[in-house]
Write a protein that binds this ligand. Sequence first.
Ligand code: MN
Length: 255
Amino acid sequence: MSDLIAAWIQITGEVSDIAVREELRDRANGLGLRGWIRLMDDPTLSLHTEGESNAIQRLITSLEKDPRIESVRQEPVKVEKHEQFAIRGIPAGLFVVHEHQAGTHHFDLRLEVGGVTRSWTVPKGPSLNPSDKRFAVEADNHDLADDGFEGTTPDGAAIVWDRGPYEQGGRVAWPEAVERGHAVFVLHGEKLKGGFALQRTRRGAQIQWLLIKRRDERAQPGSDIVAERPRSVESGRTLDELLGRPTVDRASQTQ
Ligand code: MN
């Protein structure tokens, strides 16, 4: 058995259609290859693949024969031990972050994963600062219909603090990545953008995680997004306004 190698392949031509990426994913899977493919803004296709060298060579040969493809360039890269061949840059579903005043003040992060909403309670809320490791407690899955809720409740209120599509990331396919306790994802919200990771730190009755911003071009070291952007992305209201109490300027308080 030959060694595992990795190649980064750039493909130009008539490659924008999602069907091209789907075909390449299927072909890569058929050859036992792992990695990912992404359509860049150029628009070229960027493909990271790992596997046996003759399988990679067969994939490249098939690309060179494809009439839609103009050029194929490859260079060797480091093996990252991917466990799937994924199409990157396409939404997996929606995420919502609620700011919620109930018994306590906290934020709730919700991600649609395979038709259910996975939910984490984040006391301090998310951060765009990669140095912040925000404690999160896994909450029960719940109905997708609750995801847009904004308003008052008998014991408090909630606003839609942020929402948008998200992409699954990382080397392991979802939902297995979540079950294994290390989930990487990319948010496309109004406030939260770029790569994040949820890392499980403790199992048991209370399952604990850390929510961490990944170091990428969307990271904002030194920022405090929760204080800087307190308003609902749905209504423009703050949680304090909804509760009928004076708005505390937390951004200036923290300086
Ligand atoms: Mn809550």
